[in-house]
Design a protein around this ligand. Structure first.
Ligand code: ATP
Length: 325
């Protein structure tokens, strides 16, 4: 491995917040200091880079954060940064602070920003941090496990009341245009039907039929999970009521899914990815996206990573259907 000439790095969180981002910030900071680097924490994502909103991190400034949800560096969506002038200003501001390389924790929008910086000569490493698990090059994104456990906890609670009243529940879960949270929580929560953006659906065949068949087999309550990318939960709930005469209640879980203390999996993955990101920089490897493949941490070229397409795991969908019987 070639030795790097990186002496000072910046770390930022960008896009939607995700539980475990703090564990990643902590890992980048501590691994950076361990390897003799100076580390700046950049506040509010790319907006903070543009405005020089950053301060030096110490071992202690990341103490007592591994267990906290959200991001202590805060995050933002910066329209100004997503322009040529914005990117150039970001590069100049990094120069003012002597930052040689940047670690960006966020989703694919944030990675596009990092790619633009890389094209202008900045050294970058990206860490996937989003509850949606919608980044193609990696099996896992930081925050995904915590979000799914939050959804599952809500499903279990709603199931108690649905059982007591013999109702149907329609629940909208997050995931943007990806159905990963929906599919996994459908299996873990025992849903009758899971509707995701990756698949076309027919409401009669995919929702009404399994509910009626379930009722005929003696089921007393029903759960339909609808991914955020589909939406229309109220319309779906009214349709179920009309077609089945089963009282149906809809729930949009919303931002509760983004909060909370990160699970063990998220903390460990964030720690592994954060340390790996710093090691890449130390070893002179830039413009990479850190990824988890088959349980191992690895990395991809940023352009290659952004051009990859993620497909949903059909095996998981099939398991959900078999077990909904
Ligand atoms: P999540 O999907 O979890 O919300 P994300 O990183 O995809 O995370 P975005 O809002 O898409 O969230 O992107 C975050 C920021 O990254 C944007 O506010 C913008 O500053 C920058 N960004 C997004 N897309 C681009 C792009 N095409 N070019 C340059 N910068 C971009």
């Amino acid at each position: 491995m070639k030795e790097s000439n990186v002496g000072t790095i910046g770390v930022l969180t960008s896009g939607g917040d995700a539980p475990g981002m703090n564990a990643a910030i902590r890992a980048v900071t501590r691994a950076g200091i361990y390897h003799g680097l100076m580390v700046y924490g950049i506040h509010k994502g790319y907006d903070g880079l543009l405005n020089g909103n950053m301060k030096e991190m110490t071992l202690r400034s990341v103490g007592d954060i591994i267990q906290r949800g959200g991001t202590v560096l805060q995050t933002a969506r910066s329209a100004e940064f997503a322009t040529e002038e914005g990117v150039n200003r970001g590069i100049s501001m990094a120069g003012v602070f002597g930052i040689d390389a940047l670690v960006v924790i966020g989703g694919d929008g944030s990675f596009r920003g990092a790619r633009d910086l890389a094209r202008q000569g900045m050294k970058v490493v990206c860490i996937p941090g989003t509850i949606d698990n919608d980044i193609a090059c990696t099996d896992y994104t930081i925050g995904y496990d915590t979000a799914m456990n939050t959804v599952l906890d809500a499903i279990d609670k709603i199931r108690d009341t649905a059982y007591s009243h013999e109702r149907c529940s329609v629940m909208e879960v997050m995931g943007r245009n990806a159905g990963w949270i929906a599919v996994n929580c459908g299996i873990a929560g025992g849903a009758e039907a899971v509707i995701i953006p990756e698949h076309e659906f027919d409401i009669d065949k995919d929702i009404i039929l399994p509910i009626i068949e379930g009722r005929n087999r003696g089921k007393k309550n029903y759960l339909v999970i609808v991914a955020e990318g589909i939406g229309r939960v109220e319309e779906i709930a009214r349709y179920i009521e009309d077609k089945t005469d089963i009282i149906t209640r809809e729930t949009i879980l919303g931002h509760i899914q983004r909060g909370g203390s990160p699970t063990m999996t998220d903390r460990v993955m964030a720690s592994r990815m954060g340390v790996y990101a710093v090691e890449l920089l130390k070893n002179g490897k830039y413009n990479r996206v850190v990824a988890s493949r088959g349980g191992k941490i690895t990395d991809y070229d940023i352009d290659e990573a952004l051009n990859m397409k993620k497909t949903i795991d059909e095996e998981l969908i099939n398991i959900g259907k078999i077990l909904a019987l």
